[in-house]
Design a protein around this ligand. Structure first.
Ligand SMILES: Cc1ncc(COP(=O)(O)O)c(C=O)c1O
Length: 407
């Protein structure tokens, strides 16, 4: 039985939505993006949503809006995809990596506190695998007097905010909740990814979801973000294309990161059936849980509870005891049986780019430990219970075989 890791969910509704866009005579940013922004705004309870062509470009734009520059610091977890830190670098600031909590693999709140300096302009949390961070503790810590006192704003936006900006990297977590509120409601800005393997996809894409405090007027802030996704142009191409509406101005040094309608069409059809997709993800997640819970060596990712509502993006299984070499061997053996698994994540400090910049893997013991024993199992709505059982049966077999143990 061949099991891919994360195929996209493409059904007749998705195909019809894309065909609708193709037949409409308008394929780049237009009505489909407008519909996606408005439906996401309602679903995520954002004040406004601006679609972009990736998480990375969206997060970069948010940091450019904040006005970060050389010597400014943005705190990120060490255990995430490289884009979290690279958006900070692209915007011209320095990523300060901190370790994670071994409990749920999210950023360690105490370590954020220790990393804050007068140079800190933002914190980016990562809702890994669809599981939200400890937002009550993070918010509380960011509003402590000692933290506020250190804040040294430089730009008008920073002065207006007058505290560290909290951004969530919700690339894995569209729709996840913490203590009954959406992640967007807990942070200033949450950024989504609609990359091909994400819960909702547009092949490539993302969304900036604004929840800024009231001193930031929603419509004018939205207008800024919208025009900055299109070269700083005052009119989007759809409006400019209407008869007689040709004149525009370029008012800022924007980026070219708008989401085309063709892509939005895929995400829109998926968002409209997201309840169903989440229910199926939950079924797969819980089936893994029930099958693996009898094995003392299987450390399972947290289920939803009173505080967290996960969106089951990944099933990051950790194994204990195991060495990194043994973990790699299990992955290799499973791949020979055509079961594709993955590892989330190779901690950023151990990647060449960051090593060369002076980050040291040994400074992040929890991230390195989690990495060495982690295997991400396939998780998507199309996966049947029978396939889950097949994966678990083979995983268990390989665990005992590679570790040379009896069941
Ligand atoms: C945690 C995390 N952050 C950011 C990204 C970057 O997303 P995008 O490819 O949409 O830029 C990803 C994508 O894999 C991710 O997993």
């Amino acid at each position: 039985m061949k099991i891919p890791f994360s195929p996209p969910y493409i059904d007749d509704d998705v195909i019809e939505s894309v065909c609708d866009s193709l037949k409409s005579g308008w394929i780049t940013t237009g009505p489909k993006v407008a519909a996606l922004e408005s439906e996401l705004q309602e679903y995520l309870k954002a004040k406004s949503v601006i679609c972009v062509n990736s998480w990375t470009s969206g997060a970069t734009l948010v940091l450019r809006w904040l006005g970060v520059e050389k010597d400014d610091e943005v705190i990120v977890p060490a255990y995430t995809y490289c884009a979290t830190a690279m958006a900070v670098m692209e915007a011209g600031a320095k990523p300060i990596m901190v370790d994670i909590s071994s409990k749920d693999l999210t950023i360690d709140v105490e370590k954020i506190r220790k990393a804050i300096t007068p140079k800190t302009k933002a914190v980016i949390t990562v809702d890994i695998g669809g599981c939200p961070c400890q937002y009550d503790k993070i918010r509380e810590m960011l509003s402590e007097e000692a933290v506020i006192k250190q804040y040294t704003p430089k730009t008008d936006t920073q002065k207006k905010l007058n505290r560290i900006l909290l951004i969530s990297d919700s690339a894995h977590a569209t729709g996840a909740e913490f203590k009954g509120k959406t992640i967007t409601q807990w942070v200033d800005v949450s950024v989504q990814s609609f990359h091909a393997v994400k819960n909702i996809t547009s092949a490539e894409g993302g969304a900036i979801c604004l929840n800024l405090p009231e001193q930031f007027e929603v419509e004018s802030t939205r207008k800024y973000f919208k025009l900055m996704t299109l070269n700083g142009q005052t009119k989007d191409a759809f409006t400019k294309n209407q008869a007689g509406a040709w004149r525009y101005d370029i008012v800022d040094f924007g980026m070219k990161i708008n989401l085309p309608d063709i892509n939005a069409a895929v995400a829109l059809a998926q968002l409209r059936k997201y309840d169903y997709l989440l229910q199926e993800r939950k079924r797969v997640f819980e089936h893994y849980h029930s099958l693996l819970s009898e094995y003392h060596w299987a450390i399972l990712p947290p289920k939803s509870n009173n505080n967290i509502t996960s969106v089951y993006h990944l099933f990051p299984l950790r194994i204990n005891p195991i060495t990194e070499k043994q973990r790699n061997k299990i992955i290799e053996n499973l791949s020979k049986k055509e079961i594709a698994t993955n590892v989330h994540y190779i901690p950023m400090p151990s990647l060449t780019l960051f090593k060369n910049l002076g980050y040291k893997a040994e400074d992040y013991p929890e991230a390195m430990d989690a990495f060495s024993r982690e295997i991400t199992l396939p998780l998507y709505p199309q996966l049947t219970n029978q396939q889950v059982e097949y994966i678990v049966r083979n995983l268990v077999e390989e665990y005992y075989s590679v570790l040379n143990k009896n069941k």
